[in-house]
Design a protein around this ligand. Structure first.
Ligand code: H79
Length: 599
């Protein structure tokens, strides 16, 4: 990367990070030389745990994201607080003395672990060292650590380990193994304001003198359940290998995230977003509870408990874990808002934990009313958008249902379940949800769930039937799927559609008659304005005009018309060009949505 991180450099780094974060590079055979069975056994607890607490705690909690007004200068969105040294280009000589003020006397390990356990979290990961280079544990490899350099003088990691062992919580460490703004030899995103001469920097020296020895200390002193590395973009395979060998030698059971680098980790780490679909490999979404990782005294953008619960459910329904972050203060306490939100999440978890822990991804492709998690013989239907007519349609479920009840109902009072067509099931729900954030219906089923994945057209007006770009069958020479952004699918689309013979189609199934507004979500530039397309379903054809949507990445919705489906059956929804102006592509099509019309 260039010394100054211009737009291209930032993009490349972000791209590399997202590849790493999605576990895209995970090899089929384990780099540790384990058998798949050994790996499964090692990861069993982690797969069951589902919900963990992330903590970004360091001497950066003192400035709390304010530094002479310089903090915003280089601040990438969401990266402040723990990044203050980098953003404000604080010289080591000015940053180091923060340690002498760091005295978090209110720190109480038992209390922190209790808060996490009470929220339903099964593991915690705390920054043993972030990119500022300050070790939050008793390190012999560097004096720049909490025991030797602060008036506090205690080792919070040791105290946390003891508290975790007492309360049955697993403890893991975040460790920035590559970036370190305190050290003259570290590379990657390095400290160029104190140490401008990059030619003099020796990454091997940095790794051998600080990074590897500190990881060794962490492994021997605290036997961590997880090592959570960060930003390995500048590490070569032999570097990542050194860390992995150390871990396997000292703590063979340790779970390792993918940011150890070079495809050597156990799981992918999407940061601040939830993958749109279900990834092929293990993953853990890490996310902040407000907008920062470290403590920021001015950040009051807290996610409500309901949002945290829905995120957790969304992630678990795709087979992932949720690592939710809190940035403790320089006094050693969690912000009061964080405590309140976590307690609220805990209320929900106490009632509904069974639908989270030890579950796997549900068998359905998409459910317009919510999400599904599964255990042998059970489907947990997470109703996020309660049906106004009380009818919960479970599309495509061929397996027999034995019984259904609300998880929140201790009596397990059976809900009426009817077959709606050969392969669909309808559950009659009470008038009101048990919890507005997520009410869970337990379906006890006969054996393995067998599901027809063809999307069913819901005709309840509160739900939308979305046919997205990634699910389309594409026909023709020029038409392409693209733009998938970090698996978020916010920007994905069908594009480069230059040939009028090319088209996109989606299969679907209706189980009842209905009328639907057809809505196109697309983007187009001025040159594409005036292109025309046709939408077909059930022998009806609508024609639409492409309109320029202005800003580059903004997709807009356009209603094309209304179609009616007269009865049950299989249908194909298609989008075909009518006219494409020479030299242009039809449009960038993100989705076609069939919105049920109110009768
Ligand atoms: O610890 C938290 C963050 O501090 C850390 N990971 C979470 C868990 C982290 N997030 N992002 N990064 C580290 C690396 C991001 C680098 C980039 Fe940039 C930000 C790439 C583009 C914007 C800085 C500015 C580097 C290039 C431009």
């Amino acid at each position: 990367m260039s010394r100054r991180h211009g737009a291209i450099g930032a993009c490349l780094l972000a791209l590399a990070l997202m590849r790493v974060c999605m576990g895209a590079d995970q090899p089929a055979t384990s780099p540790s030389g384990e058998t798949p069975q050994q790996r499964d056994a090692r990861l069993a607890w982690w797969r069951e745990a589902r919900f963990g607490l992330f903590m970004h705690w360091g001497i950066y909690a003192i400035p709390a994201n304010e530094w002479k007004g310089l903090e915003k200068k280089n601040s990438p969105p969401g990266l402040g607080a723990e990044w203050i040294m980098y953003n404000a280009k604080i010289p080591v000589a000015e940053y180091e003395p923060l340690a002498r003020q760091f005295n978090p006397v209110k720190f109480n390990a038992d209390e922190w672990v209790h808060i996490a356990a009470d929220a339903g979290m099964k593991y915690m990961v705390i920054t043993a060292k972030h990119c500022d280079g300050f070790a939050m544990f008793a390190s012999k490899a560097s004096k720049y650590n909490i025991v030797d350099a602060t008036p506090f003088g205690r080792d919070p990691m040791k105290e946390l380990k003891a508290a975790c062992d007492k309360q049955g919580m697993r403890l893991g460490f975040y460790y920035s193994h590559s970036w370190d703004w305190h050290e003259p030899d570290a590379l990657g995103l390095d400290n160029t304001w104190d140490f401008p001469d990059r030619a003099k920097k020796d990454i091997n020296k940095y790794l051998a003198s600080k990074s590897l020895p500190q990881v060794k200390e962490l492994l021997t002193l605290y036997k961590p359940a997880i090592l959570w590395f960060d930003v390995p973009n500048d590490l070569k395979p032999e570097h990542s290998r050194q860390f992995l060998d150390l871990i396997r030698a000292l703590q063979p059971d340790c779970v390792v995230n993918d940011r150890i680098g070079n495809g050597m980790g156990d799981y992918g780490t999407p940061e601040q977003f939830i993958p749109a679909g279900r990834p092929d490999s293990l993953f853990e979404v890490c996310m902040t509870l407000n907008n920062h990782w470290g403590y920021d005294k001015n950040d009051h953008h807290w996610k409500p408990a309901g949002e945290v619960i829905r995120n957790l459910v969304d992630i678990v329904s795709k087979g992932g874990n949720y690592l939710l972050n809190v940035g403790p203060t320089a006094e050693g306490v969690f912000p009061p808002e964080a405590i309140r939100i976590l307690a609220e999440v805990g209320q929900w978890m106490k009632v509904n934990g069974q639908s989270i822990y030890g579950t796997t991804a549900g068998p359905f492709a998409a459910l317009p009313w919510g999400r599904c998690t599964a255990k042998p013989g059970k489907l947990y239907l997470h109703v996020l958008d309660w049906p106004a007519d009380g009818r919960l349609l479970v599309p495509g479920l061929k397996t027999n249902v034995v019984q259904a009840h609300l998880l929140a109902d201790a009596q397990h009072k059976p809900l009426s379940v009817t077959r709606a067509g050969e392969q669909d099931v309808a559950v009659a729900l009470p008038g009101e949800p048990a919890d507005p954030a997520d009410t869970v219906v337990v379906l006890e089923i006969e054996g393995e769930p067998v599901v027809d994945l063809t999307p069913v057209l819901f005709n309840q007006p509160q739900y939308r039937n979305v046919f997205g770009a990634s699910a389309a069958k594409l026909h023709g020479k020029t038409i392409r799927y693209g733009g998938r952004n970090m698996g978020q699918q916010i920007y994905d689309h069908i594009g480069s559609w230059k040939d009028a013979a090319d088209w996109a189609g989606w299969d679907c199934r209706a189980i009842a008659p209905g009328a639907f507004d057809v809505v196109i979500t697309c983007k187009a530039d001025a040159a594409q304005q005036g292109n025309e397309y046709m939408v077909n379903i059930a022998d009806q054809q609508l024609t639409g005009q492409v309109n320029a949507t202005g800003e580059k990445s903004t997709f807009k919705e356009f209603k094309v018309g209304t179609v009616t489906i007269s009865g049950p059956g299989r249908y194909e929804l298609t989008v075909k060009p009518k006219t494409i102006k020479p030299g242009t592509a039809l449009m960038d099509l993100h989705a076609v949505t069939l919105v049920p019309v109110r009768k």
